[in-house]
Design a protein around this ligand. Structure first.
Ligand SMILES: NC(=O)c1ccc[n+]([C@@H]2O[C@H](COP(=O)([O-])OP(=O)(O)OC[C@H]3O[C@@H](n4cnc5c(N)ncnc54)[C@H](O)[C@@H]3O)[C@@H](O)[C@H]2O)c1
Length: 277
């Protein structure tokens, strides 16, 4: 059989005709995931509380996708609110669309000293990072089941869900919960042809971790990242670039190329979790 590499890649990883809902698509990593999914051919629904238009996030994500010839729209929602997510399902239905790919990529973080954390802060992080993921999997998962959609759900976890990280125990606990939820749902949803996977990024500078990345912490991360490399002004940066998540996201989303991948966790961390000293 002869085929060009473009046809081969399109058959395995093309997302044409599919709709991808990216919750937290307004963020630094979520935005890159939106661009990746749109670049592979999906219509992308960027979900967030507000669509940022500042230069730091590169105008709006919608502009970047449309400038590149992709298709996208924005839906405002608080992911912790069932009614907001149900409204997105209804909106898609009214427009003859259905969610084929769901990315749960909203997240919050803060330094949480174990003995001193306020109940409200614990609840805020658990609600956004874990409970909202469960709610979205219920709402969009149920819609996929009712419509017979063979979809893909990608839950954004973190390396801190795998190994304990200093200073952010609440965040780490929620991400460990996301990994376990992912395995449970992979088992539950397989009978419906829905795949559920996790993506665990390592360290990528973003809004939610800006205050936590002190110079001392960056130096520690650097010592623990075998791929540290020249990036921007830093001759030895330990950080990932958001676009480096694109391959993993498209792979997990792809109905053909990713068809036998479920219940797993793809770690994109420059080797941080692979190394001790
Ligand atoms: N940046 C990293 O180093 C890193 C590492 C591991 C995991 N992650 C995870 O990646 C995901 C994306 O984070 P990011 O680093 O791009 O951060 P970010 O702060 O740039 O993006 C998070 C986005 O989620 C949105 N959001 C937060 N709460 C929401 C809510 N209740 N409803 C709707 N939207 C909400 C925010 O408005 C923001 O647009 C998160 O789940 C985060 O935990 C990030």
């Amino acid at each position: 059989m002869s085929q060009t590499s473009a046809t081969y890649l399109q058959r395995l990883f093309g997302l044409n005709g599919l709709t991808a809902v990216v919750i937290g698509g307004t963020g630094v990593l979520g935005g890159a995931m939106c661009e990746a999914l749109a670049g592979a051919g999906a219509h992308v629904v960027v979900v967030g509380r507000t669509l940022k238009t500042d230069e730091a996030t590169g105008k709006s994500i919608l502009d970047r996708i449309k400038d590149a010839g992709g298709s996208a729209e924005f839906c405002a929602a608080d992911s912790t609110q069932r009614k907001d997510l149900e409204a997105i399902v209804a909106h898609l239905k009214a427009n003859n669309r259905q969610c084929n790919v769901l990315v749960n990529g909203a997240g919050v973080n803060s330094a949480t000293p174990f003995f001193d954390i306020a109940d409200e802060e614990f609840e805020r992080i658990v609600n956004t990072n874990l409970r909202a993921v469960q709610i979205a999997c219920q709402i969009f998962g149920k819609d996929m089941v009712e419509r017979g959609t063979k979809g893909s759900i990608i839950n954004v976890a973190s390396l801190s869900g795998i190994i304990a990280l200093s200073r952010v125990f609440t965040y780490s606990v929620t991400k460990a919960g996301v990994l376990n939820l992912t395995q449970n749902l992979a088992r539950e949803f397989a009978q419906y042809g829905i795949r559920v996977n996790a993506l665990s990024p390592g360290f990528f500078p973003a809004e939610q971790n800006r205050k936590i990345l002190s110079p001392e912490r960056v130096a520690n991360i650097k010592r623990h990242t075998p791929t540290s490399r020249p990036l921007g002004d830093d001759p030895q940066s330990p950080f990932g670039v958001p676009e480096e998540l694109a391959g993993a996201v498209v792979l997990m989303a792809a109905p053909n190329g990713g068809s036998f991948i479920t219940g797993t966790n793809i770690v994109v961390d420059g080797g941080f979790t692979a190394m001790t000293i």
